[in-house]
Write a protein that binds this ligand. Structure first.
Ligand code: BES
Ligand code: MN
Ligand code: ZN
Length: 502
């Protein structure tokens, strides 16, 4: 894990292996950002010219490595692009700082200690830089020895922050707790499905519960059968690794509001009897990203001591074909009592979520948010970098969209058109688990809506696009699990604690 400290030292005098400065794209070439004054001075005030000579422009994500001139303690200077220079002096958006810090941290893998001298005007800037650096320094190393050059940057000293100022201290503490939990979610997503299955995921949740004083309850197959959780059991019955429903609850003695987060936790999605073709199942260990995000968000809420009750529900199952698997044509009796005709066993996420949504509704939370890698259709609609938001309440959907934007997660509001419901009519059961192919992401959302308790505000985040990044890393986003939606859930919990919502 990468360590973070706030330092009052100057960029020229701090002992480190590298010093990071910001460079923005100005109208007439690269512009050195605030925070880099001492470094620029060591270059005789010519850092911008040197960078321009090397072909640097200040574009977002650009990284230029320079040998440090005499006068700097660190041997290497890393100039990281911040993108277009802001109109107002050095008022960079939190997301541009986050991304630049992430790019720098990635470029520094294999390095022991780096000083970050990026522009900081307020504690929010320090928080964004800390978040970006700590997320960018992530590497999944559990199955590789360090010889692949993957050893993440070990130590970050944040310059320009005020270590004795309460707001800065709180910003650093929040960034550390949040990014540790996001990185833990990434680890869970990246862990191969032969090691992460429902039982082992539940064990991780139980251990974290102990560590952070959370109440964790695990329903195993016997308990699920007794409780009548036909959706979770139906999806899990083909696998040798049985399903689980995990409840992980954080409570604050002075809480006035309660939230329930529900996560899709398919530890591997082969499609079941409706088997996915080759080319569609290689990354399906990521199908528990929703559950990982929910788990991380509840633990973060606890670590931050938020004045709100947050309950996480992890609907865990492995979707496999076998002689005991659910067949297309089978009818499941769900926890709610509704019957579902399973037309396609690959539409399994909505089945496990349905049971968890009904269960979560029994406690009458003020709002429920589910998070799921639910449909390929949402990826076709929105691309791989943003999640879709659906809800039974327009204002709530708008709030979540705004919160996501505030924390630097791309998303877009999507409708739940009632005309798509008739496509799920079944001649045999109350509803089928599949409807029209067109608008498949919305069809899935409409299915879920029927399992949310009467009168409960609910939103559904389809993170199938951004949960698992297959392209080259960028900013603070690594290859593989991204920890998508954790920041949005945590900010929602914070805003709810502050009484900002409803
Ligand atoms: N887990 C998949 C959705 C998915 C696709 C996640 C791509 C991440 C990347 C889900 O269980 C699924 O298979 N959905 C089907 C539903 C269909 C059968 C109605 C889909 O989207 O094709
Ligand atoms: Mn599926
Ligand atoms: Zn799935």
């Amino acid at each position: 894990m990468t360590a973070l400290t706030l330092s009052t030292a100057g960029a020229a005098t701090l002992r480190a292996d590298a010093v990071v400065v910001g460079v923005a794209k100005g109208a007439k070439g690269p512009v050195v950002a605030a925070g880099a004054e001492a470094v620029d001075k060591a270059f005789d005030g010519k850092l911008a010219t040197v960078l321009e000579t090397l072909g640097a422009s200040g574009a977002e994500g650009e990284v230029t490595k320079l040998p440090a001139p005499a006068g700097l303690k660190a041997p290497v200077v890393i100039a990281v692009g911040l993108g277009a220079a802001p109109e107002k002096d050095d008022s960079y958006t939190p997301e541009s700082l986050r991304r630049a810090a992430g790019s720098a941290a990635r470029a520094l893998s294999g390095t022991k200690k780096a000083a970050f001298a990026l522009p900081i005007e307020a504690s929010e800037d320090a928080e964004a830089i800390a978040e970006g650096a700590l997320l960018g320094a992530y590497a999944f190393t559990a199955y590789q020895d360090g010889e692949n050059g993957k050893k993440p940057l070990a130590e970050i000293a944040l310059l320009g922050a005020k270590p004795r100022d309460k707001a800065y201290k709180a910003a650093a503490d929040r960034a550390i707790a949040l990014t540790e939990e996001i990185n833990r979610a990434r680890d869970l997503v990246n862990t191969p499905p032969n090691d992460l299955f429902p039982e082992s995921f539940a064990a991780v949740a139980s251990a974290a519960g102990k560590e952070h004083g959370l109440k964790v309850q695990v329903l195993d197959e016997k308990a699920l059968l007794k409780g009548g959780f036909g959706g979770i059991l139906g999806v899990g019955q083909g696998a040798a690794n049985g399903p689980r429903l995990v409840k992980i609850a954080y409570t604050h003695p002075k809480a006035e509001k309660s939230l329930a987060f529900v996560g899709k936790g398919i530890t591997y999605d082969s499609g079941g009897i409706s088997l996915k073709p080759a080319g569609h199942n290689e990354t399906m260990k990521c199908d528990m990203s929703g559950a990982a995000a929910v788990f991380a968000a509840v633990v973060t809420a606890a670590r931050l001591g938020l004045r709100v009750n947050v309950t996480g529900w992890l609907a865990l199952a492995e979707n496999m074909p076998s002689g005991t698997a659910t067949r297309p044509g089978d009818v499941l009796r769900m926890y709610s009592g509704k019957t579902v005709e399973v037309l396609n066993t690959d539409a399994e996420g909505r089945l496990v979520l349905a049971d968890a949504l009904t269960k979560a509704s029994e406690e009458k939370p003020d709002a429920i948010v589910d998070v799921a890698t639910l449909t390929g259709a949402m990826v076709l609609a929105l691309g791989t970098r943003r999640f879709g938001i659906m809800a039974n309440d327009d204002a709530f959907r708008t709030s979540i969209h705004e919160i996501a934007e505030e924390v630097g997660e791309d998303s877009w509001p999507m409708p739940l058109p009632t005309d798509l419901r008739k496509g799920m009519d079944s001649p045999t059961a109350d509803i089928a688990n599949m409807g029209e192919r067109m608008g498949g992401g919305l069809v899935a959302g409409l299915f879920l809506k029927e399992f949310v308790g009467e009168g409960i505000t609910w939103a559904h985040l389809d993170i199938a696009g951004p949960a698992f990044h297959e392209g080259a890393p960028y900013g603070y986003t690594p290859k593989g699990g991204t920890g998508s939606a954790v920041r949005t859930l945590v900010r929602l919990a914070e805003r709810t604690a502050e009484g900002d919502l409803g």
